[in-house]
Design a protein around this ligand. Structure first.
Ligand SMILES: N[C@@H](CCC(=O)N[C@@H](CS)C(=O)NCC(=O)O)C(=O)O
Length: 228
């Protein structure tokens, strides 16, 4: 049975406002009505590389969730945990239990974790840390390949994994909103992805969390591109 986070435990999320995977976790929290306390390691000051932080997450990335004495990193695993533990009735559609539907959600989550978010990180991290001057033509080709995968998924369903909104939409919409900063979707080539992103942008949780977070990421990246 799903627990109520606010009564039984304290959820502490290590995040950054401009981090797409942190935004996805926070959007889920907003949908489920969870209360998080936040800690914000300063990535540019390498606070996530300290031995103290690596005890929480040896991969030295955010987001990380601490729920009492339980710690989990990787936004996708965090979201799967939160739905299982606190999702209640809503969890049944956000992360379906039927093996086939769940496998399709997982397929999209792994695509985000292993492929699409990398196309964001390949531009953002070297821009912020190593003077990269902007997306290269190779970066834009990689991003277009990701849009083509999304377009193919959306040919089959209204949302990326099924006909209903799932946690895969939360992950992939924050990642796709971040790729817009680097290489915009071509509406003619990717009409379904354009329509899906417009629908996701109307979600309350997206407006509350992803819109300000991604605006901050855009500001940070453009400031660096002008300076680098
Ligand atoms: N697949 C991971 C990606 C996490 C990730 O790379 N987060 C970025 C911030 S958006 C980070 O911590 N970057 C610091 C680094 O890689 O050094 C997830 O979904 O949690």
């Amino acid at each position: 049975m799903a627990r109520e986070a606010t009564k039984l435990s304290r959820l502490l999320l290590y995040k950054a406002d401009a981090s797409p995977p942190s935004c996805a976790v926070r959007m889920l929290g907003d949908i489920l009505g969870l209360h998080f306390d936040f800690k914000e390691p300063k990535l540019l000051a390498m606070e996530h590389k300290t031995s103290e932080f690596k005890k929480l997450n040896p991969m030295a990335t955010i987001p990380v969730l601490q729920d009492g004495d339980f710690v989990v990193s990787e936004s996708h695993a965090i979201m799967q945990y939160l739905v299982g533990e606190y999702g209640g009735e809503m969890g049944k559609s956000l992360y379906p239990r039927q093996p086939r539907a769940r496998a399709l959600v997982d397929q999209c989550m792994y695509f985000d974790a292993a492929v699409m978010f990398h196309s964001v990180k390949a531009v953002a991290l070297p821009t912020l840390l190593h003077g990269k001057k902007g997306p290269t033509s190779e970066d834009t080709v990689n991003i277009d390949e990701c849009y083509a995968v999304l377009e193919a998924y959306l040919e089959r369903n209204n949302y990326v994994a099924t006909d209903q909104l799932t946690i895969a939409d939360l992950s992939l919409s924050t990642t796709t909103a971040a790729t817009q900063i680097m290489h915009k979707l071509d509406n003619n080539r990717f009409p379904r992805t354009t329509d899906w992103l417009a629908r996701m942008s109307e979600e309350t949780s997206f407006k509350k969390v992803a819109v300000p977070g991604l605006a901050l990421l855009k500001k940070m990246l453009h400031a660096r591109w002008e300076r680098n």
